[in-house]
Structures are given as C-alpha cells and as structure tokens.
Design a protein around this ligand. Structure first.
Ligand SMILES: Nc1ncnc2c1ncn2[C@@H]1O[C@H](COP(=O)(O)OP(=O)(O)OP(=O)(O)O)[C@@H](O)[C@H]1O
Length: 263
C-alpha cells in the first residue's frame, strides 16, 4: 500500500481519524477506523469502514474528479436504497464525501476461529472444509440457503450486484447463527435485466467452484434453493420470473463453458 495514498486520505480527513488499511483494490482503498466521522469522541466502541477512491494520476484531473464523484455517489445512493429494503442485509452507510471519494459504512464481520481469517463466505467455507469438520454440516447448509435468499431478495427487488464473489458476502454471527451481508456495490445497479441476474448467479457459482471444487455442486444447489424460495414466495408471478432467471443463468453457464473450452 502506497504511503502516498494513506497520506492523501489523512490530509482530507484530518489527524483525528486514525486509519488502518484493510484492502487495496484497483479502484479503491479500504480502511477501518474507530472514529465516527461527525460525532464527538467517546463513540470508539464501534468500528467503521472508510472506502476511498484516490485520484488517478493517469486520468485528466477534471475527468478524474467527475468520475470519482459519480462512482462514489452512485455506490452510496445504491447502498442507501438497499438498506431500506426489508430483509436485505447490506452495510449501513454513515457518510459520503463524493467530491473527495470517501464512503463511510458500518464495519461488518469478525475474525473466524482458528486463524481462518475474516468472516467472508470464502473463508467460512474453507473453515468447514478442514479435516476435523464436516463440509456438509447443517450450519453450512443453513448459511448457504440464507445467502441464496439474500441474492433472491436483491434480484426480486430489481437490483443487481455486479461483482458477486464469495469475498463480497460477509457473515455476521448473530446470536449463534451466521447472517450473510452483501457488500461492495461499486458495480451494482438498479436492474431488472435477466441477463444481469444470470451473470450475478454465474459469478458466484464460478467463485465457489474455483475455491471449493469438491463440494461446489452441493453448495450451489443450496444457494439456488434459497434464491428460489424468495421468488416462489411471490406466487405465480414469482414462479414465472424465477423460470426466466434460471433459464438465462443456464445460458450464461453454457456461454461460459464455451469460452473456457476455446480459451
Ligand atoms: N462494510 C464492511 N465491513 C467489513 N469489511 C468490509 C466492508 N466493506 C469492505 N470490507 C472489506 O474490504 C474489502 C474490499 O472492499 P470492497 O470490495 O468494497 O472494495 P473494492 O475496492 O471494490 O474491492 P475489490 O476491487 O476487491 O472488489 C472487502 O473484501 C472486505 O474485506
């Protein structure tokens, strides 16, 4: 992580906000902090995420600023809308400084036991594939069905994620059960397109296949069960829409297979 980026972020936020780097993607740097952006000190019991899109030197400054503003605002607006959907779990947005490229969110997740790392779906499934655990444990089944339900809710309400990998699903331990949260809506959209939905399902299926190939068929079947439950809960219209999404999902799969055969 370049010190220059951290210095830039600190210069905008001021010395009061202590930042700890969590991740650096192509587009943004993610920090955590205990300091609330606008409440006075004394609220350090909570943790927050600060997602920062630093300026890109290779872009013309005015284009760069316009892009940063548009993307930061887009992601914040989407997150704020999604947070209002009943039953859907996404991080609560705390603040947004679109001009400087900052989004503040509540911090979700925790460290998994035995050094399995941060509690995203990918690490959680690794933990259950360990020798002394059962990869088909009921906890895994219940959790994957819940993940499928979250995706079902997102799609049923007319939104798509755009980058639905197993790292972008965070698990929170709520009274002993794992509740999934969808994070990173940087590529998310308001979309009722069956193609976008099929691609979301395909991206997650591939992510699970690439990291947990021995159990992927069962895992994906549980995800689809949860997903289908949501659509089926909406009667005949739900059933018809489910059929459309699943049939497009199959088409996307076939296209993906062809591509991977050709290279
Ligand atoms: N609300 C949150 N709570 C806890 N951790 C988070 C949260 N948001 C992001 N993270 C952590 O930061 C990482 C990167 O965040 P995010 O995916 O939003 O950024 P990104 O730059 O779009 O990443 P990428 O380019 O890898 O998709 C996540 O994988 C997760 O580990």
């Amino acid at each position: 992580m370049s010190k220059e980026i951290v210095d830039k972020a600190s210069a905008v936020l001021g010395p009061r906000i202590e930042l700890k780097t969590i991740a650096q993607g192509a587009e943004a740097v993610v920090f955590s902090t205990r300091v609330h952006p606008y409440l006075p000190s004394g609220h350090e019991d909570k943790k927050y995420i600060v997602k920062y899109r630093p300026p890109k030197r290779y872009r013309h400054p005015s284009i760069d600023q316009a892009l940063t503003k548009r993307r930061t605002l887009g992601e914040s607006r989407l997150l704020a809308k999604l947070y209002l959907l009943e039953g859907l779990n996404v991080p609560k947005i705390i603040a947004c400084d679109a001009y400087n490229g900052f989004i503040w969110e509540e911090f979700l997740g925790e460290e998994l036991p035995e050094g399995y790392g941060f509690s995203n779906l990918k690490n959680f499934l690794w933990m259950y594939s360990a020798k002394d655990r059962n990869p088909h444990d009921d906890v895994v089944k219940r959790t994957l069905i819940r993940v499928g339900q979250q995706i079902g809710l997102l799609h049923w309400n007319g939104y798509c994620h755009g980058d639905l990998t197993s790292s972008n699903i965070v698990l929170e331990n709520v009274e002993g059960s794992w509740q999934p949260y969808l994070i990173d809506f940087g590529l998310g959209s308001i979309s009722d397109s069956v193609e976008d939905k099929g691609v979301d399902l395909y991206v997650l299926e591939r992510a699970i296949l690439s990291t947990h190939s021995s159990y992927a068929d069962q895992y994906n079947a549980w995800l689809l069960k949860g997903f289908s439950d949501i659509y089926k809960g909406h009667g005949k219209i739900g059933q018809a829409k489910l059929k459309e999404v699943l049939s497009r999902f199959n088409e996307v799969r076939l296209r993906g297979r062809k591509r991977s055969m050709i290279g």
